[in-house]
Design a protein around this ligand. Sequence first.
Ligand code: MLT
Length: 246
Amino acid sequence: MLPALLDPETLPGSQAVMIDVLRASTTIVHALAHGAAGVMPRESVEQARETAAANPPGTVLLGGERGGERIHGFDLDNSPLAYTPEVVADKTVVFTTTNGTRALEKCAAADRIFVGCFVNRAALLRVLQADGRPVHLVCAGTDGHLTAEDILLAGCVAAGLLGIGPDDPRDLARGSVDVQTQMAIDYYLARSGDEATFRQTMRASRGGQNLIRLGHEADIERAGDRDLFDLVPEWWPDRDLISIAS
Ligand code: MLT
């Protein structure tokens, strides 16, 4: 289900997946894969600064972006490639981004809240299937607009959950999912058959074009790599932490 029509009343009893392929989801996965103790999401820059100041010096890093760039006084921007083991191991990342952390808040009423992207695609499918509750796919988009890279991932996850492959009839799921999910599946199947088309769709997306303009093309390439990490971030609002789902 896409965010414009996300009805918060349907969230209890379900699993939600926050999808911000470029780049918040991809960066959170990198941080945890490279040994960060956890990620604390914050909606505003001010809240992030306050949280960092309230923690013992040397235990937290401030990460995120505004306008796609590092925020003044922050340790890290929102490039997944910056979240290396040397930088993030054993640190808690206090994290704020324009769209990703807001999308996470929209998921807050779900029973379980995961972070999904291409670099953890297979692990995400496994965790969602093992849990079995209904799934909401919440696309963060860019500045209120849906973006192609998030739709691609939503379609990929929906197709995976329904067991639909590239050679299956396009309308296999019709009737069993809402029309938006069907559209996301159709879009994913049309754009992922060959690697060049998939990569070009990522670059041509709204999020991709923003990043190319800012000189972060390498992040688009990394975000398109499938199944790099076998982990799924899970947000625990009551613990105020995103950590690895078990
Ligand atoms: C966001 O959360 O708005 C994005 O991750 C922006 C970005 O690509 O830095």
